[in-house]
Ligand binder design. Structure first.
Ligand code: KIV
Ligand code: ZN
Length: 525
């Protein structure tokens, strides 16, 4: 392999999905995974299969359906986790088991209530078991940057001796600094000679805002895999942002000996929007690379300079990250063929009934909106082409004025196909719709968060609504897109309700967090 090629390991669907309030269903995870494959990431960490039946199902679906990248499943260092991870990824063309155990004394003593000797045994047994199942095994000494380096090196060497092919050095709590991380990795190479025969990887959290800088420092020390997540989502302050580390290497790689990745950078903006829409995590306007202002120039001097010559104030071209791909694509006279072609250009292959549904929805929107842009189509596809297996909004009627409390009545298609009605007088029109939905479905869910954004600019922009609701201790998110924000809100609420009811019915236990493992070796469910 090319010595300067840095592998991109995307953990949006695992570490990213652990962010508070994010809860993606299998269809949504699959959609993100397909887009990650289009982005050409090298590895997709698809989830933590032991965490819940839903996590397992999603990892397995991704392993079976997404081609190209390696598909990894996470497992703590215990037999139950590793077997479950293997079951989930084994049908992939390129499966990987990623197993981990902490090497810091803080974790060993206080959290695992174990000893260093136990950790030696756990690492040895876990990697040996994983390697007997799968040729591609990654091992992570969790909280490595706060651990004794010689002990961590010993554990890494044990993992390598047992057949690990990638060693990942997590800065689990986002504590290290670039120079320190570089020195740490350099010393690790000296203490664990086997490291030079495997891929060394970085996994940096952003608690001090240094995740990307630390990942870059790791690459300079010889790491050739970077673990990162789209929009930097992840535990607490998140992980290194994929788009930032990729564009750093793309823009400045020549200054560091030609380091580069295989990422199709023109897919970055779209991937970022998709993840933001499905997770409900907004992208701050000034976010590097994918923020809506990342290439905007406000000051007169800058505008003047850029108009004369773009490079006066821009180090990257917005088109290289796919930010200016939002050209007008269709109008209300466009036909089914034009829609199919436009969707194909966006990477969606849509035929048969799915195309009919998309076309009907497109016509409704095109009647209300003069121009349907690529961004509108993306939102439409995310909204419309998902499998609707639960509750769906059939119709609604809302009366709102400044003189009477708003009143809503709704008709909901139930999962068994029957129609249910409900009405309610609420504090506001959206509140009334949500309560009317609860009345129609007989489910007493509580709204926790509500947000509405515009998909694109202009008065006729599509409304994009995100809700988080709670039912019997289970939280679930839902999104809806429509020209009318009441309709978008109803769709979003019903999707979240479908997910919450499924979780409550299955009796999903709260997910065990990899960052805070249960005392080993007992597997949690
Ligand atoms: O941050 C961390 O240590 C992790 C490990 C599971 C790799 O996410
Ligand atoms: Zn992490």
């Amino acid at each position: 392999m090319d010595d300067n090629r840095v592998l991109i390991f995307d953990t949006t669907l695992r570490d990213g999905e652990q962010s508070p309030g994010i809860s993606l269903n299998t269809a949504e995870k699959l959609e993100i995974a397909h887009q990650l494959a289009r982005l050409n990431v090298d590895v997709i960490e698809a989830g933590f299969p032991i965490a819940s039946p839903g996590d397992f199902e999603a990892v397995q679906a991704i392993a079976r359906q997404v081609q190209g990248p390696v598909i990894a499943g996470l497992a703590r260092a215990n037999p139950g986790d590793i077997d479950r991870a293997w079951e989930a990824v084994r049908d992939s063309e390129r499966p990987r088991i990623h197993t981990f155990v902490s090497t810091s004394d803080i974790h060993i003593e206080h959290q695992m209530q174990n000893t260093r000797e136990d950790v030696r045994g756990l690492a040895r047994a876990a990697v040996a078991q994983a390697r007997a199942l799968c040729d591609d095994v990654e091992f992570s000494p969790m909280d490595a940057t706060r651990a004794d380096i010689e002990f961590t090196a010993e554990i890494c060497q044990i993992a390598i001796d047992e057949g690990a092919t990638t060693i990942n050095i997590p800065d689990t709590v986002g504590y290290t600094m670039p120079d320190e991380y570089t020195r740490y990795l350099e010393q690790l190479y000296a203490f664990a000679p086997g490291l030079s025969g495997v891929v060394l990887s970085t996994h940096c959290h952003d608690d001090l805002g240094l995740a990307v800088a630390n990942s870059f420092a790791g690459v300079l020390a010889g790491a050739r895999q970077v673990e990162c997540a789209i929009n930097g989502i992840g535990e607490r302050a998140g992980n290194a942002a994929l788009e930032e580390i990729v564009m750093l290497l793309s823009t400045r790689g020549d200054a560091v000996g030609g380091l580069h990745t295989g990422i199709v950078t023109t897919e970055l903006a779209r991937t970022s929007r998709l993840v933001s829409r499905l997770t409900g995590y907004l992208i701050q306007p000034n976010k590097a690379i994918v923020g809506r202002n990342a290439f905007a120039h406000e000051s007169g001097i800058h505008q003047d300079g850029v108009l004369k010559e773009r490079t006066t104030f821009e180090i990257m071209d917005a088109t290289t990250v796919g930010l200016e791909a939002n050209q007008l694509v269709l109008g209300k006279h466009s036909g089914r063929h034009a829609l199919k072609q436009a969707l194909e250009e966006l990477g969606y292959s849509v035929d048969g009934q799915a195309l009919n549904t998309a076309f009907k929805r497109f016509k409704d929107i095109a009647d209300k909106k003069k121009q349907v842009t690529a961004m509108d189509l993306e939102a439409l596809v995310t909204d419309e082409l998902r499998e609707e297996t639960g509750y769906a909004l059939e119709s609604f009627n809302v009366e709102a004025s400044s003189v009477r409390p708003p009143h809503a009545s709704v008709q909901v298609r139930m999962p068994d196909g029957s129609l249910a009605q409900g009405s309610f007088t609420g504090d506001g029109p959206i509140d009334a719709v949500f309560h009317a939905i609860n009345a129609a479905t007989g489910v007493d869910a509580r709204l926790r968060e509500y947000r509405v954004d515009a998909v694109s600019e202009g008065q006729d922009a599509l409304g994009d609504v995100n809700v988080v609701l709670e039912l019997d201790g289970h939280s679930a998110t839902g999104q809806g897109v429509a020209t009318d924000i009441i309709e978008a809100s109803g769709r979003a609420y019903l999707r979240a309700l479908t997910l919450a009811v499924a979780k409550a019915t299955r009796g999903d236990a709260p997910r065990p967090k990899p960052e805070v493992p249960e005392p080993l070796p007992s597997p949690a469910t």
